[in-house]
Design a protein around this ligand. Structure first.
Ligand SMILES: [Zn+2]
Length: 133
């Protein structure tokens, strides 16, 4: 048996309303509204904020400012998440470590190996420091 909210279809443990609608009732807000989906990705939050900002009534200063503020926060959060995953991919994947090390030993020096592999010396130093330990 699984009970669901009287307004939306979220599962509930007791009562008639889900936590989100219960909270709205508690705060004296309009209860019969659709709640925003939980677990939205930063991109979905940003897209929703952008649409809300585009639809915001420019005559209503408070709503307009709130939409602009939400869009700014969503964009910042999205940029932060993106920055963690973003950036340039590594020149050599970690599993090529043995091959790269063999190339360095064969060339005799990092400088010669870097020239042969057509990368910067610091790229090679960084790679060895990152993968070698
Ligand atoms: Zn509900």
């Amino acid at each position: 048996m699984s009970a669901t909210c009287a307004i939306c279809s979220r599962p509930i443990k007791w009562g008639e309303l889900c936590d989100g609608h219960k909270k709205r009732q508690q705060l004296g807000k309009v209860v019969h509204v659709e709640l925003r989906a939980a677990n939205r990705t930063p991109f979905q939050v940003l897209a929703d904020a952008a649409l809300t900002f585009a639809d915001a009534d420019s005559e209503d200063d408070q709503a307009y400012d709130r939409a602009a503020d939400n869009l700014g926060k969503a964009a910042l959060n999205y940029a932060r998440r993106w920055a963690k995953k973003g950036g340039r991919p590594p020149r050599f994947p970690a599993e090529h470590y043995a091959k790269v090390l063999a190339a360095v030993q064969e060339a005799g020096s990092i400088r010669a190996a870097a020239k042969r592999l057509e990368v910067g010396r610091s790229t090679l130093h960084r790679y060895i420091a990152r993968c070698g330990s």
